[in-house]
Design a protein around this ligand. Structure first.
Ligand code: SAH
Length: 479
């Protein structure tokens, strides 16, 4: 058993899912932020955690060839860029190797391609800043330190354009001038919790969402006037009220303070209407490449009925609408569906319909009604899809399925299930949407053709609403 402040020497053997180096110590493991494989290090134990210990590097005897000086001074404190100390090419290699290892573990034989690098480093079109006070009572803006209530003050983040940092700094100054208190999570006092900025990479339009603890905002007029004067690119300002005790940023109540409550951006030649709470891909240029790859893989035809499952504001389906007969989009978030319908109109697309429902439930009903879909494109959240969705999807028998994922590990799990239904996948294509982080985006094509294996018994997947809850819960826990 190790003690706090104890020093340990050794060689880092691997990197974990959070980007930390792993230093084995007997049967125990020490997780070392900013350490790379093969590096010889001396670490000081700074924390005990469930899986072992956290160690901070006190001496680096043999640095890795892949080590670089992080271009950001906050790299080690903010926790947003877990791989910034790693050369960009090595980051891509690591992301690929990690997914190859996961596929091997799932006993899936498929070719996992090299990761396509992000076209730009300052690639993010959304930023969320939190506000607090430092020891001297000065208002700070930045990110929460990992698993703490402390704000790491950041005046410049390299992942997005400098104009966004300038807006955050103006808000910080205005808070002081107008006596707007930052929200204190522990005391549950104060007004401003976060600011979310979204901007259209092509349009240049900016949407500012102030996330506050209550709707009463006495200084609103002066605040809005001053912010617009300093940053004319702002198209809309929204007050989002989040009264809950939660780490989820946005609440459900919104008041428009200026403009329409949304901005517009262009993606693959189509115009998209984006509200503050709808999902919109963060890395615009890489997103265009990823979508294009999915369409190429699907080889869409004019006679196709295409299902866009987990469709968000309808981007994937609407960009493909001219290539197919009909698009049906399904999504749980009502605001996103409202945006999707507006987006269809805005682009004069008449062959797309959008339905606000749980994707699994929607697909189950479609399968029970023997509906026809020639191609399915699914893009679920990080947890992946569900057994109910995958079972219903297989029963619908689309000729082609394109599966886009922001978490290839859950995607591989789902590919394995689809393989048991006779859907074959030979290749996985990886895209670096989030440089410097441990995340990777991926797309795979599945074609009907393989043998249905005996592993999946008919009726093994919940078909009724009653069974569903328990089954989905078991599945999420990997049982
Ligand atoms: N395809 C879109 C959005 C992908 S993100 C795009 O590329 O922009 C995943 C989406 O799944 C989010 O919009 C989220 O709201 C939605 N979602 C999450 N759970 C869902 C469920 N159970 N049923 C339908 N949609 C869901």
């Amino acid at each position: 058993m190790l003690k706090l402040q104890q020093r340990v020497q050794g060689v880092i053997t691997a990197i974990d899912a959070h980007g930390r180096g792993i230093l084995p110590y007997g049967k125990e493991r020490i997780f070392v932020p900013a350490a790379l494989p093969d590096e010889q290090v001396e670490v000081t134990i700074v924390k005990m955690i469930k899986e072992g210990y956290i160690g901070a590097i006190t001496r680096l005897t043999h640095p890795s060839q892949d080590r670089v000086e992080p271009p950001c001074p906050h790299a080690h404190s903010c926790g947003g860029c877990q791989l910034m100390h790693m050369a960009p090419a090595a980051q891509l290699r690591w992301k690929q190797q990690r997914i190859i290892a996961a596929a091997k573990k799932e006993k899936l034989s498929l070719r996992i391609h090299d990761v396509v690098p992000s076209p730009a480093a300052a690639c993010r079109n959304k930023v969320i800043a939190s506000f607090g006070k430092d020891r001297n009572g000065m208002i700070t803006a930045g990110l929460y330190e990992e698993s703490s209530h402390r704000i790491v003050a950041i005046d410049r983040c390299l992942l997005h354009p400098a104009s966004c940092d300038a807006i955050i700094q103006t808000i910080r100054t205005l808070m002081k001038e107008l006596r707007i208190e930052p929200f204190d999570v522990r005391k549950r006092q104060g007004f401003l919790r976060h600011v979310q900025l979204r901007w259209g990479v092509r349009s240049g339009e900016i949407l500012v969402t102030l996330v506050a603890s209550e709707s009463r905002f006495p200084a609103r007029k002066r605040f809005v006037q001053a912010l617009l004067q300093a940053h004319p690119a702002i198209r809309s300002i929204v007050l989002n009220v989040n009264r809950r005790d939660t780490s989820i940023v946005l609440g459900s109540e919104e008041h428009i303070l200026y403009g329409s409550g949304w901005i517009c951006d262009e993606l693959l030649g189509r115009q998209f209407h984006i509200s503050s709470s709808s999902f919109y891909q963060i890395n615009h240029d890489q997103c265009e490449r990823l979508y294009q790859k999915a369409y190429d893989l699907l080889e869409l035809k004019k006679s196709d009925r295409l299902l866009d499952a987990y469709c968000g504001i309808g981007t994937i389906g609407l960009c493909a609408a001219s290539q197919v007969k009909e698009v049906i989009g399904v999504e749980l978030n009502a605001q996103a569906i409202a945006d999707a319908r507006i987006n269809a109109k805005r682009n004069k697309i008449t062959n797309a319909r959008f339905i606000c429902e749980d994707a699994s439930r929607f697909l189950l009903a479609a399968a029970n009604q023997h509906q026809r879909y020639d191609a399915v494109l699914l893009d679920p959240p990080r947890e992946g899809s569900t057994p109910m969705f995958l079972d219903a999807c297989a029963r619908l028998q689309p000729a082609r399925i394109a599966y886009i994922s922001c978490n290839p590990l859950t995607q591989l799990r789902d590919l394995k299930i689809l393989a048991q239904y006779g859907y074959v996948c030979d290749e996985l294509f990886l895209y670096d949407m989030f440089p410097m982080s441990t995340h990777t985006e991926s797309v795979a094509l599945l074609k009907k053709g393989g043998q249905r294996t005996t592993k999946v018994r008919r009726g093994s997947v919940a078909r009724t609403q009653k069974d569903r809850g328990a089954h989905e819960k078991r599945y999420r826990h990997g049982k």
